[in-house]
Structures are given as structure tokens and as C-alpha cells.
Design a protein around this ligand. Structure first.
Ligand code: ZN
Length: 59
């Protein structure tokens, strides 16, 4: 699945670091990608088939 593979090579649009990955919800299999410098965050919801992007990290 091309869309899913792209998750593993994404970089922060600001500092170009490779995004870290964490599974925020095991039941929903939601994957969160975030910049370690807290510039950028992207959530992937496989069940809903959507991405949620934001320019800050909410942790
Ligand atoms: Zn960054």
C-alpha cells in the first residue's frame, strides 16, 4: 500500500528531520508521526482512512 509506506519516510516540513512514530491508540491503531522538535504532527487513522495534520505537537 503506497500510502502506508509513505508514512515511514516522512520528514518535518520545517527542520526536515525524520518524523518519530508512536501508536497513540492500540485499539483504533491510530499512528501518530511527530517531529522531535515539536514542529509538526500527523495522525493516521486507518479505520477512517484519513490523515490529521497540524503544525504543532499536542503532547
Ligand atoms: Zn521539525
Amino acid at each position: 500500500m503506497k500510502l502506508f509506506q509513505s508514512l515511514f519516510s516522512e520528514r518535518c516540513p520545517k527542520c526536515k528531520k525524520v518524523l518519530n512514530t508512536s501508536k497513540s491508540n492500540a485499539l483504533q491503531a491510530t499512528t501518530v508521526k511527530f517531529c522531535t522538535e515539536l514542529h509538526y504532527q500527523k495522525e493516521f487513522h486507518p479505520g477512517l482512512e484519513l490523515f490529521v495534520e497540524s503544525d504543532h505537537v499536542s503532547q
